[in-house]
Design a protein around this ligand. Structure first.
Ligand code: IPM
Ligand code: MG
Length: 357
């Protein structure tokens, strides 16, 4: 099982290291052989090789059974031209590996109910899956430009969706809902955007094949409000690229910290796993980052790429136990209170994992 390890920038490196150690640990306990190979992406790759997604890094990803990504970006590269920005690496990987769907599970870990931004009675039991379209929409549409002329400056981004792009992500969302609580909320802005009118139309068509699943359409602004008002109503949310980006950050806070949220990007031959959080340059290298999102991303990898459900759920249980035992990284304690470090958190998870494997 060959795994391409792309730590990227900022806290990407330290959290990814904990996920790798966790996979190695699983490998030893269950006699699985993982073969890790590392390559640079993002700002780190720009510094070392002059581009955010070097051909060798992409080639490694293509040749692997799965990709484990950390995070990309940081203020150091903010002045870079568009094509050299670290974020291009992420979008390049998504596009090149044809990862058209992104799964972001948001599940409240019971022990953290008092840490979340919402009252615990509102979020207790929260368990939703955000299914985000990942290779279309305004992130990739052409033309895109920023012009500076004598009459002023103007800019264009293009939001395009084809019916087949909507259909494949909608289909997957319904299939996932079928294995869960059989509810899909499709999120769009069909009162304004043509692309959303098409989105709604195609989702309706797909729904005809899933009469056992209850479909409801929501406008994105209403959805943003409902996520805070009554998160328990949601099972599966399916939405386009940019709405999914925004709503998943919002929903992440239901679980107490964005440091807990993993993701899987699927659809191509090789899938990619990464925490939803960014590179957090302000705390990078200080051992303050929470490795849980990366460790849970490794669990998703075992489940989706290597068909190792029992090992995947063992990792998830170990994380839950660790948090239930009161171990907390800096993102999970009130400011100024003592927290454990990134590596201590990783070790604590592995200690519990040992009893489960
Ligand atoms: C995410 C991130 C990325 C995105 C950025 C870093 C390009 O916010 O994965 O949610 O917008 O997709
Ligand atoms: Mg985002």
């Amino acid at each position: 099982m060959k795994i391409a390890v792309l730590p990227g920038d900022g806290i990407g490196r330290e959290v990814t290291a904990e996920a790798v150690k966790t996979l190695e640990f699983v490998g030893r306990r269950r006699s699985l052989s993982f073969d890790f190979e590392e390559a640079a992406v993002g700002g780190a790759a720009l510094d070392a090789h002059g581009e955010p997604l070097p051909a060798a890094s992409l080639a490694l990803a293509r040749q692997s059974g799965a990709v484990l990504l950390g995070a990309v970006g940081g203020p150091k590269w903010d002045e870079q031209p568009y094509d050299k920005r670290p974020e291009r690496a992420l979008l390049g990987l998504r596009k090149e590996l044809e990862l058209h769907v992104n799964l972001r599970p948001v599940k409240l870990i019971e022990a953290l109910a008092d840490r979340a931004s919402l009252r615990s009675e509102v979020i207790r039991g929260c368990d939703m899956m955000i299914v985000r379209e990942l290779t279309g929409g305004i992130y990739f549409g052409e033309p895109r430009l920023l012009e500076r002329g004598d009459k002023g400056r103007w800019a264009v981004d293009t939001l395009v969706y084809h019916d087949w792009e909507i259909e494949r992500v909608a289909r997957l969302a319904f299939e996932i809902a079928r294995k869960r609580r059989k509810r899909v909320h499709s999120v769009d802005k069909a009162n304004i955007l043509k692309s959303s009118m098409l989105w709604r139309e195609v989702v309706e068509e797909v729904a005809r094949d899933f009469t056992d699943v209850k479909l409801q359409h929501l406008l994105v602004d209403t959805c943003a409000m409902q996520i805070l008002r009554d998160p328990l109503q949601f099972d599966v949310i399916v939405t386009e690229n940019m709405f999914g980006d925004i709503l998943s950050d919002e929903a992440a806070m239901l679980g107490g910290s964005i440091g807990l949220l993993p993701s899987a990007s699927l659809g191509g031959r090789v899938a990619m796993y990464e925490p939803v959080h960014g590179s957090a340059p302000d705390i990078a290298g200080q051992g303050k980052a929470n490795p849980v999102a990366s460790i849970l991303s490794a669990a998703m990898m075992l489940r989706h790429s290597f068909d190792r459900e029992s090992e995947a759920s063992a990792i998830e249980t170990a994380v839950e136990q660790t948090l239930a035992d009161g171990l907390r990284t800096a993102d999970l304690v009130p400011a100024g209170e003592k927290a454990i470090s990134t590596t201590e958190m990783g070790d604590a998870v592995r200690v519990r994992l040992e009893k489960l494997l």
